[in-house]
Write a protein that binds this ligand. Structure first.
Ligand code: NAD
Length: 318
């Protein structure tokens, strides 16, 4: 089962690798909901393995794939749409692709930061419609960048933000002291400290039960007036209605996001009405360079696992 569309739609070496494996491939257009996956399994299954994006791999879906399923190969790093504990309880390895898309996603985060602070969206929309509306923007230089989650993507964002002369402050459960020293990152003691001190908060945490909805009305209330929030991680990290309200009221200068709680967007959505909310359709890792790296890694994971080669990256242990 192959559900990721960027994999299918982008040329690259991954197509040859998959073809060379000799496996029969069943393509579908994800991201698929639980019910769409169940339908696909009933009509096209059984499957030995999956090469999937952000499809809803619930416990029910995993059970429906058994007993034939041997491996779930996630095309990407975020595993929040997969019931990993359930897969582990059934001894199904969940493979993933860390270390292939961090530069591309970091560029996207910086792009959103620039676009929100310079009001790109209303400016573009106004000129395209024959208007000449000009809004005074904000400079990023000298501003405090608050990074929540200083992992692979967070660190790449910091490197680029430092070149913009931003002053990084970060919070992470783990701490990379060598990186912090090299790039002059101040260590925050808590998430609250980042929220209170940052001019721009950029989210790079995984979505877990702990982080779900963490940017809510209360957290937004702690932030500086006119701050910016950037999200290239997961839509569910924020309470979307609260963010929309903060942008509408002017509490936030804007919200730049690549991700929504429900994807694709379900219209009407509160963000559609608010000019200073900029949304891209989960394309943060979708560049030709990154897609090929990620697709090759995911294909190697799947094919190698099924062929008994130990070159694969596994996320779960059981
Ligand atoms: N927009 C996209 O296309 C796209 C692409 C890739 C990844 N992502 C998202 O970006 C997220 C980050 O990716 P990454 O490659 O940097 O992951 P990573 O695992 O390298 O980094 C995540 C960091 O968050 C920290 N962390 C986890 N929980 C925390 C908590 N509760 N408080 C503080 N720190 C915490 C971890 O210690 C780690 O350093 C992924 O989980 C994924 O959801 C989005």
């Amino acid at each position: 089962m192959l559900t990721t569309t960027s994999y299918q739609d982008t040329p690259g070496r991954h197509h040859e690798l998959l073809a060379a494996s000799g496996f029969e491939v069943c393509p579908a257009r994800g991201p698929l909901s639980e019910s769409q996956l169940l339908e696909l399994i009933a009509s096209e299954g059984p499957f030995d393995g999956t090469l999937n994006g952000d499809d809803e791999f619930s416990a029910g879906v995993i059970d429906a794939l058994l007993p034939e399923l041997k491996v779930i190969a996630k095309y990407g790093i975020g595993l929040d749409r997969i019931d990993v504990d359930h897969a582990s309880s059934r001894s199904i390895p969940v493979l993933f692709t860390p270390g292939v898309n961090h530069t591309t996603v970091a560029e996207h985060a910086i792009g959103l930061m620039v676009a929100v602070s310079k009001h790109f969206w209303p400016h573009l929309a106004s000129v395209k419609s024959g208007q000449w509306q000009r809004i005074t923007g904000r400079e990023l230089a000298g501003k405090r960048l608050g990074v929540l989650g200083m992992g692979r993507i967070g660190r790449e964002v910091i490197k680029r933000a430092v070149a913009f002369e931003m002053r990084p402050l970060a919070y992470d459960l783990a701490w990379d002291e060598a990186f912090a020293v090299e790039f002059g990152v101040e260590r925050a003691e808590s998430m609250a400290q980042v929220l209170e001190q940052a001019d721009v908060v950029s989210l790079h945490l995984p979505m877990t039960e702990q982080s779900r909805g963490m940017i809510n009305a209360q957290a937004l209330g702690r932030m500086k007036d006119g701050a910016i929030v950037i999200n290239t991680s997961r839509g569910g990290l924020v309470v979307e209605a609260d963010v929309a309200e903060a942008c509408r009221s002017g509490k936030l200068l804007g919200y730049g996001t690549d991700v929504l709680e429900a994807e694709p967007i379900v219209s009407p959505h509160p963000f559609q009405e608010v000019d200073n909310i900029l949304v891209t359709p989960h394309v943060g890792s979708r560049t030709h360079e990154s897609v090929e790296r990620q697709a090759v890694r995911a294909t190697r994971n799947l094919v190698n696992y099924l062929q008994g080669d130990d070159d694969y990256i596994q996320a779960n242990r059981f």
